[in-house]
Design a protein around this ligand. Structure first.
Ligand code: M6R
Length: 610
């Protein structure tokens, strides 16, 4: 949830840390701070609010730094868990002797117990993090790496931390467990951060630290140890072919808008790199033997938020083309419900970040049952990638806006291709239907371009409805999860209350909400259930609601007040198109309201705590 960056090298330390923090701001943005070594003294600055506020209030001692020494420092952007957003609770945290300073992402679950044992120490914040830096102080006996190791053995919970000390001024010390931490490698300089995007400006070469790794990094050298092993650990260097520009807005007002517009290109890249003629090829990313896949009798899909919605869409798709039961679960529920798991079940975990705590906990639970696990993930080298048996990357490039957009359609396209691949192996769909679906998938990028080419009507709708307090989103069948996703987009970025509902279920409760002030967005694109949707539409209209319908040419109904006309496609493929206008509608409404679209209140892009 929080973002960490550390740097050691010759560049201006403040510039590197602040620009890195800005790239990490999507991970948390209630307060931030920076600490550097200056003439072997730790200097620190922290502030509530955005990173720009912290930057603007930097004291003069952070300026005019001499360039003769290696520059070393750490910085942090926070999403509060323990202790409200305040300057005292902002990181970096410092020990009593002002010799050690530390930034942390994660939750120390036994911090209270540890704190009560550290009676001699003066705690200045309400955070769980502060306990780590006091423990390091307590355990320091001339060797920092030993102090780190001793401290780690006392900690319960999750952590990624970077430590700086005046006792070893040319090194940063680090550790990770269940929270991401990555080392960026460049000549005579090193970076360490929660996410590669903060380091892309300087390097494409990264070491993804593993669970319970800890160690030290200097400008030229890295030493990695692991709590479970004795020797120095060798970790592979991964090349990430994302560019620094991919993490920029490139002229768009917000990352979210840019990412919505990137969807055709992302989907095209996914299709053209995996579909060759009539064959779908998942090179070495799919490590399962075909024999294992042939035997799959059930699919279990797990995710959170938008990724969960993508899973729900796939339930309809998979059951249709694979004819096997597909169960979808919210990760935070699944991990505690003692699931009944049977052999020949494939468990799929969907996560853009690959770091969502509940999704990873569910993966670890399934692994205890020795079922095959497949990750669907965007972030290269993430925990999901490292822990699942196989991972299909959705190849979307960095998604910075907190509201997930291109990752949703990227997840759908990757899962659809996987479903078709499996259908071919299991021979559960006729060749003709397989080709029809593949052809429809091929056309989606062009259709989305079409939708994006003229958004004036969606802007007009936003003008008409931005002042409403509640929205209802309705749909049936495979588009029901798209209604959920449309409502989620609106509520998370505009703070307008919105509910997604299966249209047929509306009369069992939500219909009571409907009156002339309630806009109802209904997905009425062509498909087997269109007539049923029409009946629901009548029920809505007869309660005077304003009806906005996503539909196709030729669909007529007097009860629709505003028609958003979409290209016609196969019903099974339609969610990939239908979600796009809903993303845009939410975006334009939030923009009129002047909301902080890329960093909505209380949210964080990557939910690495439970
Ligand atoms: O990184 P993940 O896909 O695991 O994240 C899951 C959710 O936190 C995420 O989809 C969230 O719901 C988005 N903000 C929705 O736009």
């Amino acid at each position: 949830m929080c973002g960490i960056i550390g740097y050691i090298g010759k560049k201006n330390i403040v510039d590197v840390l602040i620009s890195g923090l800005k790239k990490l701001e999507y991970r948390g943005y209630d307060s931030s701070g920076i600490a550097i070594l200056k003439e072997n003294k730790i200097i620190r600055h922290r502030s509530v609010g955005k990173i720009s506020q912290m930057e603007a209030s930097l004291p003069s001692e952070f300026k005019n730094l001499s360039s003769k020494d290696d520059c070393i420092g750490i910085a942090h952007t926070r999403w509060a868990t323990h202790g409200k957003p305040s300057e005292e609770n902002a990181h970096p945290h410092i020990d009593c002797t002002k010799s050690f300073v530390l930034v942390h992402n994660g939750i120390i679950e036994n911090y209270f117990e540890l704190k009560t044992k550290l009676k001699k120490h003066k705690f200045l914040s309400d955070t769980d993090t502060e306990v780590i830096v006091h423990l390091i102080e307590e355990n320091y006996n001339g060797s920092l790496i030993e102090a780190v190791k001793k401290t780690l053995k006392l900690l319960e919970g999750s952590y990624a931390f970077v430590l700086l000390s005046k006792y070893d001024p040319k090194k940063l010390f680090f550790a990770r467990k269940d929270s991401p931490l990555i080392i960026g490698l460049a000549e005579d300089e090193k970076l360490i951060a929660s996410d590669v995007t903060a380091m892309l400006e300087y390097t494409n070469k990264f070491i993804f630290l593993e669970n319970e790794d800890f160690g030290e990094v200097s400008a030229k050298d890295i030493k990695i140890f692991n709590l479970k092993r004795d020797s120095i650990q060798q970790r592979p260097i991964t090349l990430v072919n994302w560019s620094a520009q991919m993490a920029e807005k490139s002229g768009f007002k917000h990352f979210m808008l840019k990412e919505i517009y990137e969807q055709p290109q992302v989907l095209r890249e996914n299709i053209t790199s995996r579909v060759f003629g009539e064959d779908i090829i998942f090179d070495d990313e799919l490590k399962f033997k075909k024999d294992l896949l042939k035997k799959i009798e059930k699919i279990l899909i797990i995710g959170c938020g938008t990724s969960y919605h993508a899973g729900l869409v796939c339930k309809y798709f998979f059951e249709n083309i694979l004819k096997i039961p597909t169960e979808v679960d919210i990760a935070s529920e699944f991990r505690y419900r003692n699931p009944i798991l049977k052999n020949n079940t494939l468990a799929i975990f969907i996560s853009q970040s690959g770091e969502t705590a509940d999704t990873l906990a569910s993966l670890r639970l399934i692994k205890r049952y020795k079922l095959p696990t497949l990750g669907i993930c965007n972030v290269v080298g993430s925990s999901l990638y490292r822990e699942a048996d196989s991972t299909i990357y959705i190849r979307c490039g960095p998604e910075i806006g907190v509201a997930s957009t291109k990752a949703f359609t990227g997840q759908l396209i990757s899962l659809y291709l996987f479903g078709l691949y499996l259908a071919k192996i299991k021979k559960t769909t006729s060749h003709q239907r397989y080709i029809e679906l593949l052809n429809s998938l091929y056309k989606t990028p062009t259709y989305i371009e079409n939708i994006l080419s003229d958004t004036s009507f969606l802007k007009h709708l936003a003008e008409l409805f931005y002042s409403k307090k509640d929205f209802l989103y309705l749909a049936r069948g495979i588009n029901y999860p798209v209604a959920l996703e449309g409502a989620l987009k609106l509520k998370e970025i505009s703070y307008i209350h919105a509910e997604g509902y299966p249209a047929g279920e509306m009369k069992h409760g939500p219909i009571a909400l409907i009156d002339k002030d309630m806009p109802v967005v209904i997905i009425a694109t062509k498909g087997a259930l269109l007539q049923k949707v029409f009946s629901n539409l009548e029920e809505v209209k007869s309660r005077d609601a304003k009806v906005i319908a996503l539909t196709n040419y030729g669909v007529e109904s007097k009860s629709i007040d505003y028609k958003i006309i979409l290209p016609e496609t196969d019903e099974l493929i339609s969610p990939i198109l239908n979600v796009v206008p809903l993303q845009l509608l939410a975006y334009y409404i939030a923009d009129i309201l002047g909301c902080d679209i890329d960093q909505p209140r209380n949210l964080a892009k990557s939910v690495t705590v439970e």
